[in-house]
Write a protein that binds this ligand. Structure first.
Ligand code: COA
Length: 332
C-alpha cells in the first residue's frame, strides 16, 4: 500500500469519564488529619472521584474514548491507532489493547504510554508524528489514571491531592495542521521528587542466584520541590511551544493545564498574563487525575461551549519523571 503524506492533524472530538463515587474533603478529614479549609486554600480541591473496588481503568478509558468518537462522528472500526497514556494500568503489560477490544476498534493498533501527569501531552505529540508522516489517519488519544490505587491514605501530604478519571481526543488527518507547536522535556535527575517506586526483596531461586519479588510502593512526593519546578518550568515550556507555533502568550484563548493545584494554575496564568476567565479549571471537583486531567478539562470546556472551533488552546502537562511538555493547538 502506498502511504500518502498528509500535512497535519485536526482535533475533532473529545470525551471524558469519571467514577461515580466522590469523596469530599470533609469525608477525607475523617480518614487523615486534615481539613476542608486546608485542602481548599492550599490546592483548590473540594472533592475527588475514586474508582471503587472492582473498577477497571480500561473501562473508564473506553468510556471516555467512546464519547470522543461519538462527538467526532467517527466509527470505532475506522480508528488506526489508540494511545493510552496511563501510569496505573489494570495490567502492567498494558491496558490499551483492552480499550481497543472494548471499543470494537478492530483495525487499530493500541499501546500504552507512561509519562505520569505529562502523559496526555506526550501521547498527543506521539500520535501527531504517526499522522504527519502519513502512516495513520484516525487516532484516539486517551489519558486515564486511577492514582487512588497507589495513594497512601495515611499520608496527608499526598492523599488529599489525587483523584481518578479519563479523557480522550480524536485526531484526524487534515491538510491544515492544527497542532501548531510543541515542546517536551524530561529530567531524571529530579526523579526522587515524585515517585511510585518498585521495591524488590531478594528471593533465592537456585544456588547463588536470586530474583526480585516485590511490589510498587505508594506515591511519595516532595511537594515544595514539585511546586517550585512547576511554576518555573510550565510557563517556560509553553513559551517555547508558542515560539515554535509563531505565536505569543497574547494569542492564547484557553489555557488548559494539568490540574495539579489551583495555585500553580494561577501562577502560570499570571506569568503568561492570561486572564483567569481564560483558564480552564475543574480540579475543585476532580483533584489531580494525572494523565486524564488535561483531556477531562478540555472535554468539559468543549461540551459547555466555552472552547469553540478555531480557538487557540495552550496545554501543558508536568509531573513525575520529572517530565513536562506543552502543546499549542487549534480546536476543531
Ligand atoms: N492537611 C493539613 N495539614 C497539612 C496537610 C494536609 N493535607 N499536608 C501538609 N500539612 C501540613 C504540613 O505538615 C506542614 O505542617 P508543619 O508546618 O506543622 O510541618 C504544613 O501543612 C505546611 O506543609 P507544606 O508541605 O509546607 O505545605 P505547602 O504549602 O508546600 O503545600 C502542597 C503542600 C502539596 C499543597 C504543595 O506543596 C503543592 O501543591 N505542591 C505541588 C504538588 C503537586 O502538584 N504534585 C503533583 C504534580 S503532578
Amino acid at each position: 500500500m502506498v502511504q500518502q503524506r498528509q500535512a497535519g492533524i485536526a482535533l475533532v472530538g473529545s470525551g471524558s469519564a469519571r467514577p461515580t463515587v466522590a469523596l469530599t474533603n470533609e469525608e477525607l478529614s475523617q480518614v487523615v488529619d486534615t481539613s476542608d479549609e486546608w485542602i481548599r486554600t492550599r490546592t483548590g480541591i473540594q472533592q475527588r472521584c475514586l474508582l471503587p473496588a472492582g473498577g477497571s481503568l480500561a473501562e473508564l478509558a473506553a468510556t471516555a474514548g467512546r464519547a470522543a468518537l461519538e462527538m467526532a462522528a467517527v466509527e470505532a472500526t475506522t480508528v488506526d491507532l489508540i494511545i493510552l497514556a496511563t501510569s496505573t494500568p489494570d495490567d502492567l503489560f498494558g491496558s490499551a489493547a483492552q480499550v481497543q477490544a472494548q471499543l470494537g476498534a478492530t483495525r487499530a493498533v493500541a499501546f500504552d504510554l507512561t509519562a505520569a501527569c505529562s502523559g496526555f501531552v506526550f501521547a498527543l505529540v506521539t500520535a501527531a508524528q504517526f499522522m504527519r508522516n502519513g502512516v495513520y489517519k484516525t487516532v484516539l488519544v486517551i489519558g486515564a489514571d486511577a492514582l487512588s490505587r497507589w495513594t497512601d491514605w495515611t499520608d496527608r501530604r499526598t492523599c488529599v491531592l489525587f483523584g481518578d478519571g479519563a479523557g480522550a481526543v480524536v485526531l484526524q488527518a487534515s491538510d491544515r495542521d492544527r497542532l501548531l507547536g510543541f515542546e517536551l522535556h524530561s529530567n531524571g535527575a529530579l526523579n526522587g521528587c515524585l515517585n511510585l517506586p518498585y521495591e524488590a526483596q531478594a528471593e533465592p531461586l537456585a544456588a547463588g542466584k536470586t530474583v526480585q519479588k516485590g511490589t510498587y510502593q505508594p506515591i511519595t512526593m516532595n511537594g515544595k520541590e514539585v511546586y517550585r519546578f512547576a511554576v518555573k518550568r510550565v510557563p517556560e515550556v509553553i513559551e517555547k511551544a508558542l515560539f515554535h507555533a509563531d505565536l505569543t502568550a497574547a494569542d492564547i484563548q484557553w489555557l488548559v493545564l494539568h490540574q495539579a493545584n489551583q495555585r500553580i494554575l494561577d501562577a502560570v496564568a499570571d506569568r503568561l498574563k492570561v486572564p483567569s476567565e481564560r483558564v480552564v479549571s475543574n480540579m475543585a471537583r476532580y483533584g489531580n487525575t494525572s494523565a486524564a486531567s488535561i483531556p477531562l478539562a478540555l472535554d468539559e470546556a468543549v461540551r459547555d461551549n466555552r472552547i469553540q472551533p478555531g480557538d487557540i488552546v495552550a496545554s501543558s502537562g508536568f509531573g513525575a519523571g520529572l517530565t513536562w511538555g506543552a502543546a499549542i493547538f487549534e480546536w476543531g
